[in-house]
Design a protein around this ligand. Structure first.
Ligand code: ATP
Ligand code: MG
Length: 314
């Protein structure tokens, strides 16, 4: 696992360095080939730093990963970041469904080597880009090592994004672990349900034992809470046990209220952050984005206040 992560970082770094060393993006052929995000504001005239890769994972299914991945991406986009969401839930892809998008190509074509990452990445009307998952590809649950490595190395084509959010799907398959190993941060999502908590601890334990390179920032989100205190209590349990038995430090990113809007926005196929930016769930997601960036989101200060803080801190 560590090998794959290292390889990815190396590729990303090389691409970053080659961008840095180039005076003109337009006149450089090799860069043109690598310029996977298209000729728009995503890629225009700037030298970028490394892409921050954030995996969103869980032990138990159905705890809110896909909604968190998408709405967190939108919160980041509102902060002026260039964001790509990749649906790596191989087999049960649904990022595009939640966004109401019918993708032309998806990871299936990449895995089958029919398309490059640059050809399957897709624009949305939401200011983010997506890489659609490979729905209905039954064999996909058992990707070969080579197939997995191919996807991971193709991630380098996304290095022009500031943030790459990977919805890994639930559980602890080798696929999921590879994506987590390639990430800077792994956001583990749980709900207050005892089964979800146990499974969250389960995936954390497997990450700790299976992935050598533990430079990954492990972070916890408690979704579908009734109160902030409930979220804190759940987080303390997981964090204390992981500290005690695995000697692992896990940061608590915060909770997200159980909010009917999340459900209705899925039915409407429009992200809840856009349906109602002032809803409980939306405010929670903005807080989480703020904590990931080490800035404080204050209700009422609006996005301009948020931006101000972002720039004054950096
Ligand atoms: N904060 C919330 N409040 C209310 N309902 C929620 C919340 N988060 C998620 N849900 C409900 O849970 C459902 C599942 O969410 P989502 O698809 O994001 O989970 P998932 O972890 O990606 O599932 P899977 O493991 O199947 O990929 C949503 O369709 C929504 O109805
Ligand atoms: Mg999902």
């Amino acid at each position: 696992m560590g090998d794959q992560a290292e390889k990815l970082r190396e590729i990303m770094q090389n691409q970053h360095d080659s961008l840095k060393n180039s005076n003109s993006l337009k006149n450089n052929n090799s860069l043109k080939n690598n310029n996977s995000l298209g000729n728009d504001s995503f890629t225009n005239h700037y030298v970028r730093r490394n892409t921050r890769i954030i995996a969103v994972s869980s032990g138990k299914g159905g705890v809110g990963k896909t909604n968190i991945a998408i709405n967190l991406a939108l919160a980041y986009a509102q902060l002026g970041k260039k964001v790509v969401v990749m649906d790596a839930d191989l087999g049960l892809a649904n990022v595009n469904v939640v966004l109401g998008i019918i993708p032309r190509y998806n990871l299936y074509h990449l895995i089958r080597k029919q398309k490059k990452m640059s050809e399957i990445i897709q624009d949305t009307n939401y200011g983010i880009k997506i890489v659609a998952g490979a729905s209905g590809f039954s064999k996909i649950a058992n990707l070969s090592d080579d197939e997995r490595k191919n996807i991971i190395s193709e991630l380098s084509e996304l290095s022009l994004a500031d943030i790459l959010i990977i919805d890994t799907g639930a559980g602890v398959s080798n696929n999921v672990l590879s994506f987590i190993a390639a990430s800077d941060d792994a956001l583990i999502v749980t709900t207050p349900e005892p089964t979800a908590i146990t499974d969250a601890y389960g995936i954390i334990k497997i990450i700790a034992t299976e992935i050598d390179n533990i430079n990954i920032g492990l972070k916890l989100i408690v979704n579908k809470v009734k109160t902030v205190t409930e979220g804190k209590r759940v987080a303390e349990r997981v964090i204390n046990i992981a500290g005690q038995f695995l000697n692992l430090k896990i940061d608590y990113l915060g909770s997200i209220y159980d909010d009917i809007l999340v459900h209705t926005s899925v039915v409407r196929q429009k992200p809840f952050l856009l349906v109602d930016p002032k809803s409980k769930a939306s405010i929670c997601i903005k807080h989480i984005a703020g904590r990931l960036e080490n800035i404080e989101y204050k209700e009422g200060s609006g996005i301009s206040g948020f931006l101000k803080k972002l720039f004054t801190k950096k």
